[in-house]
Ligand binder design. Sequence first.
Ligand SMILES: [Zn+2]
Ligand SMILES: [Zn+2]
Length: 119
Amino acid sequence: MAKKKLDHLIAEAKKAQQERARSYREQALKILPWICGRCAREFVRERLRELTVHHKDGNHDNNPPDGSNWELLCIYCHENEHARVEDAKFEKPGKSGSDPVSRHRAFEGLDALLKKKRK
Ligand SMILES: [Zn+2]
Ligand SMILES: [Zn+2]
């Protein structure tokens, strides 16, 4: 039946779309050079897990196939990129402290950085 075929095609298209969304990282890595957009560090396949996909508009569901919403950032620059935004939002004036230092220290441990999820 034509209707059934159409349903099937729609289901396939939806599935494909979902898979595309889920694998945007792979897609981004496929079409973008493996270079951090901030520090210009180049990556080889063995170090690729340190390269992450940043969504320029902050919307992880916005994944145009041409990659126009993606930016590849190393985890350090990606962390910084979001920290910058959060600092702007949450920084309290007059708060003296060792923030830049503690942030710097986080760079020493890759695992700690990966585990430490920002709220
Ligand atoms: Zn970087
Ligand atoms: Zn990001």
